[in-house]
Design a protein around this ligand. Structure first.
Ligand code: ADP
Length: 619
């Protein structure tokens, strides 16, 4: 039998496992048991539609055996099994190896992430074993095969005389070293305690062959695990650690969940749901590969491992399981989607999650802040999506940075501090808090002791536009022209000044072309010379977002170049208009480019700008 090679990534991962310095090697057992559990689920599920497979659910189980002398630990299941091709395919490649994130983690030798986030599954056996043998017979087939490997140098597949369906994995446990004790994995007690710790909820019995002193032979033990799925257990009796272990193992996360939501309902539709809000985004969360969804069970038997319809898009980060006896097991995907029960469950679950988040915001602000930092974008997306269909339910979950508080606040908090007669919520947009803080318009408002919300996410302004109002208070972008805090006299004086300068501004505007809707003097800027504002519905920030989208429709903000009437530059311009029109043209270009830079917009021709500035600098 010739040796077959592992695929490149698999080999790398195997090398990592063989030489692993990862401390928690115990997890190999739960990975193997979890695979066995899946195989049993698959067989049972398949037997519901394939009548040729006669399966007695009561007989499905996982059995462990230890041979101390030969240093062997065996994990056997009578599940679906694998044929020859599947052995090569499933054990010769890593399922996740296709993902970019995974490849990157491998490149960086990022062991914690690889093991924690991706779940190395079967390969983790090489952390404790120097040889792994997998004998398997696919349910319904007549031939059995044996896969054997000592690690990264490849594997062999031969025929096997295994009689029963299922998979038997035999680990030859590594010899112990000074630093590391592998002998413990040959101790019954250690293995039993690992089963209890990590695999207690597995719904099939896990038994073990143990030596019976009286009979002088090995006998099969009673199930070591409780077999009650965690979500069906009494909430009061579940320790936090159990929830965390369950989550980390099932959803391949090395950090504890930020929030556990365990809920059940009885009535029109009954179900148990165990939901988790992760502390960090799943590794592939921002890729196209990511699929939202919850595991769906019918009375403890898996129907679907990612039921998308159970979660609205904006809650796509939520992980968990839902179990309902009201759903039929052999329901097809299409019919399931139409199922009234499923829709009701989904609706209830969404409500429950939103309620839990609302409570978290009220009772545990720090945790909520963490949540919002990680998944706030999702909440914003939820508000915005579907033309704001969910905005009422979600608006109080939004946080924005406040110029006054120097931290995140809710819209409710903003409004609660407003004067009674005030009707405006002020906001400003920019790339970062620091940059917004330096915007000329912001400085002006701060002096007037007004609170300004700083919007740094590209979606923020769209969200406020969808909300339209909050408790009858309108939102105003302080960089837009709807915004004016000056008195009637001041307005009048400014108007006059602008009328006088009208010809000059028209002249300057010609120099800038269609890009600029208007140039004018302003009294809004304190010590700053100029700023760029927008007119109409599309703000400069929104334009930035829209032009970055693939279907850029070239919607442009109508920009207005505003020049501080009190700044010396204002007089300078008038002087030039009278005396040196050529210089005025150049000034106009520089000023406009400056205003764009302040707003975080690109400058059309940086070389031209640089040349002009240097021309004046050298005078
Ligand atoms: P994962 O379980 O995350 O897919 P693994 O590396 O643990 O990754 O396993 C790879 C594949 O090998 C599984 O998806 C499954 O198809 C197959 N497999 C592993 N163990 C068993 C088993 N005991 N019975 C049947 N198939 C198995």
């Amino acid at each position: 039998m010739s040796k077959r090679q592992f695929k490149a990534e698999s080999k790398k991962l195997l090398d990592l496992m063989v030489n692993s310095i990862y401390t928690n090697k115990d997890i190999f057992l739960r990975e193997l048991i979890s695979n066995a559990n899946d195989a049993l689920d698959k067989l049972y599920y398949e037997s519901l539609t394939n009548k040729k497979l006669k399966v007695d659910k009561k007989k499905l189980k996982i059995t462990l055996d230890i041979d101390k002398d030969k240093r062997l630990l065996t994990i056997e299941d009578n599940g679906i099994g694998m044929n020859k091709e599947e052995l090569a395919e499933n054990l010769g490649t890593i399922a996740k190896s296709g993902s970019l994130a995974f490849k990157e983690a491998l490149e960086k030798n990022d062991k914690v992430n690889i093991i924690g986030q991706f779940g190395v599954g079967f390969y983790s056996s090489f952390m404790v074993a120097d040889q792994v043998t997998v004998e398997s017979k696919k349910a319904g087939d007549s031939e059995a095969y044996c896969w054997i490997s000592k690690g990264a140098d490849g594997y062999e597949i031969t025929e096997s005389d295994k009689e029963d369906y299922g998979t038997k994995i035999t680990l030859h446990i590594k010899e112990g070293t000074k630093e590391e004790d592998f002998d413990k994995y040959l101790e019954e007690f250690k293995i039993q305690s690992l089963i209890k710790k990590y695999s207690d909820y597995i719904s099939y019995p896990i038994t073990m062959f143990t030596y019976d002193e009286e009979k002088k032979e090995k006998t099969e033990s009673d199930p070591i695990n409780h077999m009650i799925p965690l979500w069906k257990k009494n909430k009061k009796k579940i320790k936090e650690e159990e929830y965390n272990n369950f989550y980390q193992e099932k959803f391949f996360d090395y950090t504890k969940p930020l929030k556990v939501i365990h809920t059940s309902a009885e009535g029109l539709v009954s179900y148990d749901a165990l939901l988790f809000i992760p502390a960090n985004p799943p590794y592939d969360f921002y890729t196209k590969e990511y699929k939202k969804g919850l595991e769906l069970y019918s009375d403890g038997v898996l129907i679907m491992d990612k039921c998308e319809d159970l979660l609205p898009d904006y809650l796509g980060f939520v992980k968990g399981v839902v179990d309902s006896p009201d759903l039929s097991l052999n329901i097809s995907r299409e019919i399931l989607q139409q199922s009234r029960q499923l829709k009701m469950i989904a609706k209830n679950i969404e409500k429950k999650i939103v309620k839990e988040l609302t409570d978290m915001l009220a009772d545990d602000r720090d945790t909520y802040e963490k949540f919002f930092k990680t998944f706030g974008m999702n909440i914003k997306y939820g508000v915005y999506d579907n033309f704001g269909a969910k905005k009422e339910e979600l608006k109080d979950l939004l946080l924005f940075y406040s110029s006054k508080e120097k931290k995140n606040i809710t819209l409710k908090e903003y409004v609660s501090k407003m004067d009674k007669e005030a009707d405006t919520i002020y906001y400003a947009c920019g790339e970062t808090i620091d940059k917004i803080d330096l915007l000329p318009q912001v400085e002006n408002l701060k002096e007037k002791k007004k609170e300004v919300l700083y919007l740094t996410d590209y979606i923020d302004e769209f969200v406020l536009k969808i909300l339209e109002k909050y408790e009858d208070k309108k939102f105003v972008n302080i960089a837009s022209n709807d915004f004016d805090l000056s008195s009637e006299e001041e307005k009048e004086a400014l108007k006059k000044k602008n009328e006088e300068a009208k010809d000059m501004f028209t002249y300057m505007q010609k120099e800038l072309g269609d890009e600029v809707a208007e140039i004018r003097f302003t009294n809004k800027l304190k010590k700053h010379p100029l700023c760029l504002t927008s007119e109409g519905n599309v703000s400069v920030e929104m334009q930035k977002v829209m032009s970055a989208m693939p279907n850029d429709q070239h919607i442009h903000a109508k920009v207005v170049l505003e020049i501080n009437e009190d700044h010396p530059i204002a007089n300078k311009l008038s002087e030039l208009y009278k005396g040196d029109k050529e210089a005025l043209k150049k000034y106009t270009k520089i000023l406009y480019d400056e205003a764009r830079l302040i707003e975080g917009l690109p400058v059309e021709n940086p070389t031209e700008l640089s040349n002009l500035v240097c021309e004046f600098l050298s005078k």
